[in-house]
Design a protein around this ligand. Structure first.
Ligand SMILES: [Zn+2]
Ligand SMILES: [Zn+2]
Length: 163
């Protein structure tokens, strides 16, 4: 296959000529000179060198690959970046130290999270990244956030922890 300048397209890694059979249609469209084999190898290497990139959510997104899944994968990627920042790279809850990223949330240290979320009208993680990780946030798991809410009496009227 020839490129736009009329030169033969060869794989960047193994130098094999690119044909419609040995590469993915998206690579032909994007002018990405990689054969299927070398692309798989690169992806494998990438996953090896970036172990936390390959999370449960990404795996799910690749398999199902519905629009919702892809959105979720993107959101979770941002989530991981934000969690890492606000936990100083430990991905741990500031209250109890739990490391399970699935139950971790971003907490407004001085409260007022609900109002803030209403005001920014967008994904919290997106907002934090766009605003260069502002101060005043911490990583808390759902349990610790709940505990904090009860302590601060932010809960809905009439709710009792023992009920
Ligand atoms: Zn190749
Ligand atoms: Zn906790």
């Amino acid at each position: 296959m020839l490129n736009r300048r009329g030169k033969l397209r060869v794989c960047r890694d193994c130098k094999e000529p690119i044909t419609t059979e040995n590469t993915n249609p998206s690579n032909i469209r994007k002018n990405n000179n990689l054969c299927r084999k070398c692309q798989a190898k690169r992806e494998k290497d990438f996953r090896r060198t970036h172990p936390d990139y390959d999370t449960v959510w990404h795996r799910k997104a690749r398999k199902g690959s519905t629009y919702q899944d892809r959105c979720e994968a993107r959101r979770n990627k941002r989530r991981i970046i934000v969690m890492k920042h606000y936990s100083n790279g430990t991905n741990k809850c500031a209250g109890c130290g739990i490391e399970d990223i699935v139950v971790l949330t971003i907490d407004h240290i001085n409260g007022g999270g609900t109002q803030h979320r209403k005001k920014i009208h967008q994904d919290m993680y997106n907002w934090l990244i766009k605003n260069n990780f502002p101060e005043g946030y911490q990583v808390l798991c759902w349990n610790c956030q709940y505990r904090k809410k009860i302590k601060n009496r932010e809960m809905i009227k009439g709710w009792r922890p023992s009920a």
